[in-house]
Design a protein around this ligand. Structure first.
Ligand code: MN3
Length: 195
């Protein structure tokens, strides 16, 4: 069965002024959609055609992997944000962040650095591995699933994620992502489902 572009979990203008409707128009409507279209064309009439997205990511390399992983990454990324997001995590998640990073401020500093220092295109992640939280960077389409880690939060640092609204100011996009956009309830639900 062919893969389909999932709807955004909010209206296209819901993240303004931090992420514009124009950015989501292109990032979701063009970029994410192209990954879906490419993936469907690549797996059509192959043994991967009726596999799940996760199975394809685990098995594939090259172009099939890149497009499948980018479909997964973007579907996950949209859910990491919400209108009126930001703030601080609570409960078990807050306790684990304090345990594994020292403090929430220290987490924010390390996560921001991971996003800012990733050279070229890729993603910054908060993952669960061996019972501990870790911050990782992946290049291009690469993702935690391919490394035995559970994704809890991601931030797209490909230029298409921020160039319309922030031009070359990736650090400003990162700061805004953390202070205005992150949906910590989604991150906490991912942790609860993985624990
Ligand atoms: Mn993207």
């Amino acid at each position: 069965m062919a893969f389909t572009l999932p709807d955004l979990p909010y209206a296209k203008d819901a993240l303004e002024p931090h992420v514009s409707a124009e950015t989501l128009e292109f990032h979701h409507g063009k970029h994410h959609n192209a990954y879906v279209t490419n993936l469907n064309a690549l797996v059509e009439n192959t043994e991967l055609a009726d596999k799940t997205l996760e199975d394809i990511i685990a098995a594939a390399e090259g172009g099939v992997f890149n497009n499948a992983a980018q479909v997964w990454n973007h579907s996950f990324y949209w859910k990491c944000m919400k209108p009126g997001g930001g703030g601080s995590p609570a409960g078990d998640l807050a306790a684990m962040i304090e345990r594994d990073f020292g403090s929430f401020d220290s987490f924010k500093e390390q996560f921001s650095k991971a996003g800012a220092t990733l050279f070229g295109s890729g993603w910054a992640w908060l993952v669960l591995e061996g019972g501990a939280l870790k911050i990782t960077q992946t290049a291009n389409a690469d993702l935690p699933l391919k490394h035995g880690q559970v994704a809890l939060l991601t931030m797209d640092v490909w230029e298409h994620a921020y160039y319309v609204d922030y031009r070359n100011a990736r650090p400003k996009y990162i700061e805004t992502y953390l202070t205005e956009l992150v949906d910590w309830d989604f991150v906490a639900a991912n942790l609860a489902a993985a624990s």
